[in-house]
Design a protein around this ligand. Sequence first.
Ligand code: GUN
Ligand code: ZN
Length: 442
Amino acid sequence: MADVAIRADFLHCLRDPGLDGSDAGAVEHVRDGVLLIRDGRIERLAPAAAMLPRLGPDVRVHDRRGMLVVPGFVDTHVHFPQVDVIASYGSQLLDWLERYTFPEEQRFADAAHARAAASFFLDRLLENGTTTASVFCTVHPGSVDAFFEASEARGLLMVAGKCLMDRHAPDGLRDTTPGGIDDSRALIERWHGRGRSHYSITVRFAVTSTEAQLEAAGRLAAEHPTVYVQSHVAENRDEVAWVARLFPERRSYLDVYDHYGLLRERAVYAHCIWLDDADRARLAASGTAASFCPTSNLFIGSGLYDLRQAIAAGHPIGLGTDVGGGTGYSMLRTLGEAYKVQQLLGISLHPAYALYLATLGGARSMYLGDRIGSLQPGRDADLAVLDPAGTPLLARRTALRDDPLDTFFALATLADDRGVLETWAAGVPVHRRAGAAPVARP
Ligand code: GUN
Ligand code: ZN
């Protein structure tokens, strides 16, 4: 593969800048820089004046002056089969699952439907600059094959798994206790570590798995230490009360998963709203990540996630869209809603921490911080090329101040997919905004 380069402004995190952005050195900004890519990986990022004279004559330089390039976004919690569940009116979690989500997921028994939905879903991620996600498929193993076939065809680093659910779900959406584990094991063998695909043992939530299935899932996780684990926890108060009735001997909802060996590094739990200090300490001690899903938490009325408490506990934290509970695939817009949730709690989410959450923080929460999430040498060249003038309002607002973090904050507040010009995966452009002008705006 010939070397390629991109000329633009660049912004990325080297480490956690802190919720208030107080570690200013954690964010690197390169104005008029050149990013050199070799074999799909980042070779070097430096000012154009220093880099251009040293590039060989065969290096193609993509001129994106006027654009702000950041690492591809990492969506730490999303459901690909819920593309047709988005924007469903009038329910909170348990009713929303029964009325809208479970009927829709039953359609994924049909492999052709699953393939079409996977392609549609991944194209929405790419048009929003998202290059990696932790993805729930349905209970059907074929939905996982459909998903990974589509993500592999696009060259994406993805984590996904089949839902384990052997109770409290309708016919056609339950597996059996041994059958669900056998299917998961076969999918691990087929997909985990094949190219950029990674498998995640996916317990839907404690409500829909028997104790026997939770125990078997924990054993399967122990047999496969590099495999991921994902689930939901403490999202909605009625859900928390139901879990307490189902597992009266457990100290808390999170303790159910802990008891079955499902808290560990590479485990990602969505929501984590109604946890206590002891739960958060267990997340930290076990290296388990929380996925903060603000648009979902607002849309299905689940609650306000307190980032300050999570950061104080010291466990990994990522950001998730959680579509179809969430209301869109844009991680920029999700950051805008995250900012508002924190405002309601009296917390100001600094633009530097917002950038971290959507990139390196998400990557670290999935134990992928050495592969993606920043623009440091050796990382996979997964990139979002942001357009600070993607809409007339963005153009006017971002022209006011010459400050890349302010530009990023304006994009998070005002942008949707129109703020993303291009998306690159492993050094290859995999999306370009329809109708976008092919030229730079120096
Ligand atoms: N809890 C169990 N299943 C789901 C789901 O599909 N979406 C959300 N937001 N919460 C869940
Ligand atoms: Zn979810």
